[in-house]
Design a protein around this ligand. Structure first.
Ligand code: DC
Length: 223
């Protein structure tokens, strides 16, 4: 049972979903599925090819030319777009600035959700995103809805980007998080919301270890 469970983690931008998902995946020997990275890769493709994503036909055409997969590189999960490692580029602010409107496009969501469902079809995965417990894996064995204070999220994001050598202003990051939360929660197609059967974890005052322990406890209870 444990080896085939799907764990779904949803929540606002930069509230620690990927940290928790990676920690759980490592502890349980599951695979990690970073669905946000997929929307970021699509956004990067649109930006690099100059695709006007307000044009439905241009979006449909572009989607035919996008292949996304994940590979382990130096022990980390890296995102590949059409054969190229784009793990660093997809985290840049220029991508963050466009990813919410891009991920609100139904054609984009249809393509990504289909890919995510096939990647998770055999279970044994931890997936994080905005619609994982509600749309992608509604039958997930454990659903967690993560949340944290906006200023704490901004500071964490600032540190994370700095560690990757990506320079960004604190205020720009905070505004981007607020704007993405607004668009992600307000869009018509699969908006971010807590699944009825999700457990809420507010990690504002929790360390990474405490958050992981709480989630592992929940996973053990679902065994
Ligand atoms: O998790 P992230 O910040 O890397 O996600 C980037 C964007 O992708 C986010 O602002 C909303 C979108 N997204 C989504 O719509 N659905 C998901 N399952 C994951 C991400």
């Amino acid at each position: 049972m444990f080896s085939t469970m799907i764990i779904a983690i949803d929540g606002h931008s930069s509230c620690g979903k990927s940290t928790l998902a990676k920690g759980l995946a490592k502890a349980l020997h599951y695979a990690y599925l970073d669905t946000g990275a997929m929307y970021r890769a699509v956004t990067l493709y649109f930006l690099e090819t100059g695709t006007d994503y307000s044009d439905p036909q241009a979006v449909e055409d572009a989607l035919q030319h996008i292949e996304i997969h994940f590979e382990r590189v130096g022990g980390q999960n890296h995102t590949f777009l059409n054969g190229a490692d784009v793990e660093r580029e997809i985290r840049e602010m220029r991508v963050s600035a466009h990813v919410s409107p891009v991920s609100a496009i139904s054609a984009v969501r249809r393509a990504m959700v289909a890919l995510q469902k096939s990647m998770g079809s055999r279970g044994g995965i931890v997936a994080d995103g905005r619609d994982i417990g509600t749309v992608v894996f509604p039958d997930a064995g454990l659903k967690i809805f993560l949340t944290a204070d906006l200023d704490v999220r901004t500071s964490r994001r600032h540190l994370e980007l700095a560690a990757k050598g990506i320079d960004a202003e604190w205020d720009d990051i905070r505004n981007n998080l607020m704007e993405r939360d607004r668009i992600d929660s307000g869009r018509a197609d699969s908006p971010l919301r807590k699944a009825d059967d999700a457990v809420v974890i507010d990690n504002t005052l929790l360390s990474e270890e405490e958050q992981l322990e709480r989630a592992l406890q929940l996973a053990r209870e679902r065994k």
